[in-house]
Design a protein around this ligand. Structure first.
Ligand code: ZN
Length: 143
Protein backbone atom coordinates (compact mmCIF):
# COMPACT_ATOMS: atom_id res chain seq x y z
CA UNK A 1 0.00 0.00 0.00
CA UNK A 2 1.38 3.34 -1.12
CA UNK A 3 1.18 6.16 1.43
CA UNK A 4 0.25 8.46 -1.44
CA UNK A 5 -3.14 6.78 -1.74
CA UNK A 6 -3.97 8.19 1.68
CA UNK A 7 -3.76 11.76 0.43
CA UNK A 8 -6.98 12.15 -1.44
CA UNK A 9 -7.74 15.50 -3.08
CA UNK A 10 -10.28 16.41 -0.38
CA UNK A 11 -7.65 15.94 2.31
CA UNK A 12 -5.05 18.01 0.44
CA UNK A 13 -7.59 20.74 -0.19
CA UNK A 14 -8.60 21.00 3.48
CA UNK A 15 -4.92 21.04 4.44
CA UNK A 16 -4.34 24.01 2.12
CA UNK A 17 -7.53 25.86 3.11
CA UNK A 18 -8.63 24.73 6.56
CA UNK A 19 -12.23 25.61 7.48
CA UNK A 20 -13.25 27.26 10.77
CA UNK A 21 -9.66 28.31 11.44
CA UNK A 22 -8.95 30.62 14.39
CA UNK A 23 -9.76 31.18 18.04
CA UNK A 24 -13.24 31.66 19.46
CA UNK A 25 -13.63 34.51 21.94
CA UNK A 26 -14.59 33.68 25.51
CA UNK A 27 -16.79 32.30 26.90
CA UNK A 28 -15.89 29.28 24.79
CA UNK A 29 -14.76 25.82 25.75
CA UNK A 30 -11.32 24.72 24.58
CA UNK A 31 -8.99 21.76 24.66
CA UNK A 32 -5.50 21.06 23.34
CA UNK A 33 -4.22 17.94 21.66
CA UNK A 34 -0.68 16.74 20.98
CA UNK A 35 0.64 13.85 18.94
CA UNK A 36 4.38 13.64 19.73
CA UNK A 37 4.79 10.68 17.34
CA UNK A 38 4.24 13.02 14.38
CA UNK A 39 4.61 16.50 15.90
CA UNK A 40 0.96 17.46 15.42
CA UNK A 41 -0.59 20.04 17.74
CA UNK A 42 -4.15 21.28 17.76
CA UNK A 43 -6.38 23.50 19.86
CA UNK A 44 -10.15 23.26 19.47
CA UNK A 45 -12.64 25.88 20.62
CA UNK A 46 -16.40 25.49 20.72
CA UNK A 47 -19.49 27.10 22.15
CA UNK A 48 -22.58 25.20 23.23
CA UNK A 49 -26.01 26.73 22.84
CA UNK A 50 -29.10 24.78 23.87
CA UNK A 51 -27.07 21.53 23.90
CA UNK A 52 -25.87 22.13 20.33
CA UNK A 53 -22.39 22.94 19.04
CA UNK A 54 -23.13 26.50 17.95
CA UNK A 55 -19.58 27.43 16.94
CA UNK A 56 -16.46 25.34 16.57
CA UNK A 57 -12.98 26.32 15.41
CA UNK A 58 -9.39 25.16 15.57
CA UNK A 59 -5.77 26.19 15.13
CA UNK A 60 -3.11 23.59 14.57
CA UNK A 61 0.26 22.69 13.17
CA UNK A 62 1.36 19.35 11.82
CA UNK A 63 0.88 16.98 8.96
CA UNK A 64 -1.76 17.19 6.22
CA UNK A 65 -3.81 14.38 7.75
CA UNK A 66 -4.06 16.08 11.15
CA UNK A 67 -4.97 19.48 9.70
CA UNK A 68 -7.48 18.15 7.18
CA UNK A 69 -9.06 15.94 9.82
CA UNK A 70 -9.43 18.91 12.20
CA UNK A 71 -10.93 21.05 9.44
CA UNK A 72 -13.45 18.37 8.45
CA UNK A 73 -14.21 17.63 12.10
CA UNK A 74 -15.37 21.22 12.61
CA UNK A 75 -17.71 20.93 9.62
CA UNK A 76 -19.00 17.56 10.80
CA UNK A 77 -19.94 18.59 14.35
CA UNK A 78 -21.13 22.18 13.86
CA UNK A 79 -24.84 22.39 14.63
CA UNK A 80 -24.94 18.89 16.10
CA UNK A 81 -26.10 18.10 19.61
CA UNK A 82 -23.50 16.97 22.09
CA UNK A 83 -24.72 13.36 21.74
CA UNK A 84 -24.68 13.54 17.92
CA UNK A 85 -21.14 14.97 17.92
CA UNK A 86 -19.96 12.13 20.17
CA UNK A 87 -21.69 9.64 17.88
CA UNK A 88 -19.87 10.97 14.79
CA UNK A 89 -16.58 10.73 16.70
CA UNK A 90 -17.34 7.15 17.74
CA UNK A 91 -18.04 6.12 14.12
CA UNK A 92 -15.01 8.04 12.82
CA UNK A 93 -12.73 6.46 15.42
CA UNK A 94 -14.07 2.98 14.61
CA UNK A 95 -13.37 3.64 10.91
CA UNK A 96 -9.76 4.88 11.27
CA UNK A 97 -8.89 2.07 13.68
CA UNK A 98 -10.36 -0.55 11.32
CA UNK A 99 -13.14 -1.59 13.70
CA UNK A 100 -16.05 -0.23 11.64
CA UNK A 101 -17.87 -3.07 9.87
CA UNK A 102 -19.00 -1.02 6.88
CA UNK A 103 -17.94 2.64 6.80
CA UNK A 104 -18.92 3.01 3.13
CA UNK A 105 -22.61 2.63 4.02
CA UNK A 106 -22.59 4.70 7.22
CA UNK A 107 -24.63 7.88 6.67
CA UNK A 108 -23.21 9.40 9.88
CA UNK A 109 -19.72 9.52 8.35
CA UNK A 110 -20.58 11.40 5.14
CA UNK A 111 -17.51 13.11 3.67
CA UNK A 112 -15.36 11.79 6.51
CA UNK A 113 -15.08 8.52 4.56
CA UNK A 114 -12.05 10.00 2.78
CA UNK A 115 -10.15 9.02 5.95
CA UNK A 116 -11.07 5.33 5.70
CA UNK A 117 -7.61 4.58 4.25
CA UNK A 118 -6.01 5.63 7.55
CA UNK A 119 -6.97 2.22 8.99
CA UNK A 120 -4.22 0.69 6.82
CA UNK A 121 -1.58 3.01 8.34
CA UNK A 122 -1.57 2.52 12.12
CA UNK A 123 1.03 5.29 12.59
CA UNK A 124 -1.44 7.83 11.14
CA UNK A 125 -4.42 6.94 13.35
CA UNK A 126 -3.34 9.48 15.97
CA UNK A 127 -2.92 12.15 13.29
CA UNK A 128 -6.48 11.58 12.08
CA UNK A 129 -8.11 11.35 15.50
CA UNK A 130 -6.17 14.08 17.37
CA UNK A 131 -8.64 16.92 16.75
CA UNK A 132 -11.57 14.63 17.50
CA UNK A 133 -10.20 13.75 20.92
CA UNK A 134 -9.69 17.49 21.55
CA UNK A 135 -13.26 18.19 20.41
CA UNK A 136 -14.62 15.61 22.85
CA UNK A 137 -12.51 17.06 25.66
CA UNK A 138 -13.71 20.59 24.78
CA UNK A 139 -17.32 19.42 24.96
CA UNK A 140 -16.71 18.57 28.62
CA UNK A 141 -14.57 21.62 29.42
CA UNK A 142 -15.80 24.58 31.44
CA UNK A 143 -16.24 27.85 29.52
ZN1 ZN B 1 0.49 13.70 11.84
Amino acid sequence: MDLGSLYQDVILEHNRSPRNWGELAPPSQRADGRNPMCGDEVTVWLTIDNDRVAEVSFVGTGCAISKASASMMTQAVKGKTRAEAEQVFAQFHAMVTGRHANPADDPVLGKLKVFSGVARFPARVKCASLAWHAMKEALDAQP
